[in-house]
Ligand binder design. Structure first.
Ligand code: CTP
Length: 212
């Protein structure tokens, strides 16, 4: 029960960015990693505010409050209102980097041979909250990389003012989106610690250990 008395913010799952009332831009995140971390933190005594994009997952634990959101902007608003009261924030969500600039209020009809959708950048939740992080607050982020994994992840650690970044490589078999297993490297300013392939529940426990 070593996170007893701590309040955590955890983001999980994908975000859906509306194109029109029936279509969206999304990604393959299932939310499994974030939900496993939420459960492991709650098990160790923390109170968890789980800000979740759309997933098929269920979670019920007396210490977990789930806040459902749809878009990156909604996720940002929910996190910004909670963050100041949290001791630890873990940014596990696969937030869409871009969102349609002018989502249509009506269903887009099939007319022209080509269709261009203008996109604008979503807010970077971890970077924005990194700017207002207080000395007593700890931030953990994830980096999903396909190439130049270590320098890319170290760059994000710096840019987003994170204390730890958990690197996932899409080059590793049985790791990442949809799998129940994951192979991660835990990176801090001082250390790079590769872990073997393990279940997402075990990875979650390793992350909890960082926070004791
Ligand atoms: N993140 C976030 N808000 C965003 C984008 C990312 O909070 N709008 C967080 C993720 O939850 C993760 C970390 O930032 O903890 C890194 O996410 P990732 O998608 O790997 O990186 P990006 O900053 O989006 O960079 P890129 O897509 O260029 O690799």
């Amino acid at each position: 029960m070593s996170l007893q008395g701590k309040t955590l913010l955890i983001t999980a799952g994908p975000t859906y960015e509306k194109i029109d009332p029936v279509r969206f831009i999304g990604n393959f995140s299932t939310g499994k990693m974030g939900y496993a971390i939420a459960e492991a933190c709650a098990e160790s005594g923390a109170f968890v505010k789980l800000v979740s994009g759309p997933t098929n997952l269920n979670i019920s634990h007396k210490n977990i409050e789930r806040i459902d959101v749809m878009s990156g902007e909604e996720m940002y608003q929910a996190c910004a209102s909670i963050h100041a009261h949290c001791d630890i924030s873990i940014f596990c969500a696969a937030v869409a980097d871009y969102t349609p600039k002018h989502p249509s209020a009506t269903k887009t009809k099939r007319q022209n041979d080509e269709l261009t959708i203008e996109l604008v950048k979503n807010k970077d939740i971890s970077a924005e909250l990194g700017k207002v992080k207080k000395a007593h607050q700890v931030h953990v982020g994830f980096a999903l990389e396909t190439n130049d994994e270590l320098p890319n992840a170290q760059g994000k650690l710096e840019r987003k003012n994170l204390d730890y970044i958990i690197l996932n490589s899409l080059q590793d078999k049985n790791a990442g989106f949809g799998f129940d297993t994951n192979k991660v490297t835990i990176i801090s300013k001082k250390q790079v610690s590769p872990l073997p392939l393990m279940s997402k529940k075990e990875v979650a426990k390793e992350i909890v250990k960082l926070l004791f």
